[in-house]
Design a protein around this ligand. Structure first.
Ligand code: GLA
Length: 388
């Protein structure tokens, strides 16, 4: 176990003891994620290529004899939320973090799982508000805790991810796709997953051994995310309806252009991003598996340009950060913004021996609009949720 993993585990156990007394029956974890390519494609039934990362949410859990759930958050000063699983409807919590916990319990109960009460403690090290899916990892970890406590073996990782997405969509109120929850539940160590977001089939794609995954936090916390996210989603759905297909996944560039007459110009550009991004994602999975980092890098550059020009979800400072990394990496890999957009992180793939040069270039050349330096994380693709 690495030092950071040991410290996180000590923190969740300490919080459990302080809030509930004694020791938990078990500890589970679920990771955050970084998406290598395939952005805003998941809710269009398309393709994504994320990997789970070493930053995780841990949940320590012990069953109770009643229907109460008492949950303490180490990262919120030990704040405690309590709710009763017998309450119908389940009320919302005052604190946003607690709503993710309640939402997950709500979704599991609504799907017919007879949940029993539990004492829970939570601690995580996924950077929050940076687009690395700290909330999905929290929801999946809470689901995994109930699953493990009660031996809900029929609930496979895909089913757990769907329930976590349902919690986010219908309890928390964000219309996100399935990518974040699915990679958190199903990540494979050393691999990215090529996920078909229609069938939910996931194909592990090995990351070449000497290739590093670098995550660079722009330090611009994501503004306008929910409203802009939901607007993009509506535009995509409108374009699909206009072209008489179930989802943009069902179009290639030629069929989009053929059906584009009468489609408003902005909506057409949104659709063009999704359609071309699906093609890039499939190509990138192939190139990565073949170890062709030059091609992967060119696809990442095209993905970023498409997010900037057609989908309009990047910011000038993020574009600059991508340029700094791309210039340092050259043809040996690539960089692009990752996640929902409007701030957050840039992801880079590059040979391990170039990591220090990339770090130095970012340190020397980048400041956020508020004058902050970027934070750089060197990541390994990790496994999905499970017992610790
Ligand atoms: C957020 C959502 C995902 C996905 C990405 C964009 O992370 O939660 O479902 O849509 O944005 O690719």
């Amino acid at each position: 176990m690495s030092g950071a993993a040991g410290a996180l585990q000590a923190r969740v156990l300490g919080q459990f003891r302080a809030s509930h007394g004694g020791a938990p029956a078990l500890v589970v974890q679920a990771p955050g994620r970084v998406n290598l390519i395939g952005e805003h494609t998941d809710y269009n039934d398309g393709y994504v290529l994320p990997c789970a990362i070493g930053y995780r949410t841990l949940v320590a859990a012990r069953p109770r004899a009643d229907t109460l759930v008492r949950v303490a958050a180490a990262d919120c000063g030990g704040a405690v939320d309590s709710f009763d699983l017998a309450d119908d409807p389940l009320p919302h919590a005052a604190a946003p973090w607690a709503d993710y916990v309640r939402g997950m319990a709500w979704a599991m109960r609504d799907a017919g799982h007879a949940l029993r009460g539990a004492d829970l403690a939570i601690a995580g090290d996924v950077p929050q508000g940076s687009g690395l899916s700290s909330s999905a990892s929290l929801q999946v970890a809470v689901g995994q805790a109930f699953k493990s406590l009660q031996g809900l073996d029929a609930l496979d990782p895909t089913a757990l991810a769907r329930l976590a997405q349902r919690a986010e969509n219908d309890f928390v109120g964000c219309r996100c796709g399935i990518m974040d929850q699915l990679i958190s539940a199903r990540g494979v160590a050393g691999h990215a997953l090529l996920i078909d977001c229609r069938s939910l089939e996931a194909t592990p794609v090995p990351l070449p051994r000497d290739v590093a995954v670098l995550i660079v936090e722009s330090r611009i916390s994501r503004g306008l995310v929910d409203s802009e996210y939901n607007r993009r989603r509506e535009q995509c759905e409108a374009a699909a309806r206009h072209c008489s297909v179930a989802a943009l996944r069902d179009l290639d560039l030629a069929s989009l252009e053929a059906g584009a007459a009468g489609l408003e110009a902005t909506t057409l550009r949104r659709a063009r991003h999704v359609v071309t991004e699906n093609a890039r994602t499939l190509a990138a999975a192939q190139a990565l598996a073949a170890g062709d980092l030059d091609r992967v890098g060119r696809l990442m550059a095209a993905s970023h340009a498409s997010m900037r020009d057609d989908f309009e979800i990047t910011l000038p400072a993020i574009d600059r950060l991508v340029d700094i990394l791309a210039n340092t990496i050259g043809t040996a890999g690539g960089a692009r913004m990752t996640g929902g957009g409007f701030g957050g992180c840039v992801v880079a793939l590059l040979p391990e021996e170039r990591v220090e040069a990339a770090r130095a270039a970012v340190q020397a050349q980048y400041r956020s609009p508020a004058g902050e330096p970027a934070r750089v994380h060197l990541c390994r693709a990790g496994a999905g949720a499970g017992l610790v």
